[in-house]
Write a protein that binds this ligand. Sequence first.
Ligand code: F6P
Length: 327
Amino acid sequence: MDNKISKIGVFTSGGDAPGMNAAIRATIRAAIYYNKEVYGIMRGYEGMIDNEIVKMGARSVGNILQRGGTILKTARSEMFRTKEGREKAYQNLKKCGIDALVAIGGDGSFTGLHKFYEEFNIPSICIPGTIDNDIAGTDYTIGFDTATNTAVEAIDRIRDTALSHNRLFFIEVMGRNSGYIAVNCGIAGGAVAVILPEETTSFDQLFTLLEKGGKTNKKSSLVVVAEGSKIGGASELAKMVAERSNYFDIKVTILGHMQRGGSPTYFDRVLASKMGVAAIEGLLAGKSDVMVGIRDNKMVYNEFNTIMTQTHEIDSEALRIAKILSI
Ligand code: F6P
């Protein structure tokens, strides 16, 4: 397995996700294993434009496998959206002799890299790293498992206090466009309802469900709301319920960015390690403009165009189960 690639640049981009460090480590070590030079590009596309590029070795990624965040830092770059920004980035890569790229991030990062590939023809592979699990072409993204476990642990704690006071809690979890975290937290945390961006539960339906819980002697209730809910976030929904009835003692918890931090689970570490190795092996086998994914427990390479025109549909079976179990 070899080709003309000699120096590979690696970076993280978009929102950080637990397991990104494990993916960085795997990518860098796999590149070195195959006798390639490897460079870390700091702060994603921003560092590419500002020439913050550092040579990496096998030891420079020691002791990061278990750490949250990303040692390469990350950013959402406005400048890279411009032709001028991308041209500057290309010149910096050329100066270092970088002739292939691995991006670890979400769909915004992939779109940027696809454009860059079209303009400058640098072999490029993406690794899906985002807690949202909202990328087509992979059953899981790096960070989703850890973030969901973190949220479930928080929900369990909230349940203790909710039950002690007979309270109704609205708990908001991350997910701008995706309800993956919310629906899985709903099942694992025993929520009475989950409100997702993809679903059309109306406020009236939610209220009826809550009333039913009251009538059937539910002592406390948890409603898990995805950040991108179309009928209002946790605070708004709490207000709407309070305006309609004074029966409930209502509290709101927004879990926020705590879901993005912390040590990755075993699942995310292994996934990130497999994806990092697959990215390098794919590049060296001549693949480009593709995203590594895991489907039915096997590594796959998805053409950019096939994933960007699709959405990672919410698991309808999970949704069905959440509804059955919330009675
Ligand atoms: O894409 C991951 C994510 O955590 C989303 O769930 C959330 O909406 C967004 O990032 C928050 O982004 P930022 O950290 O830039 O506020």
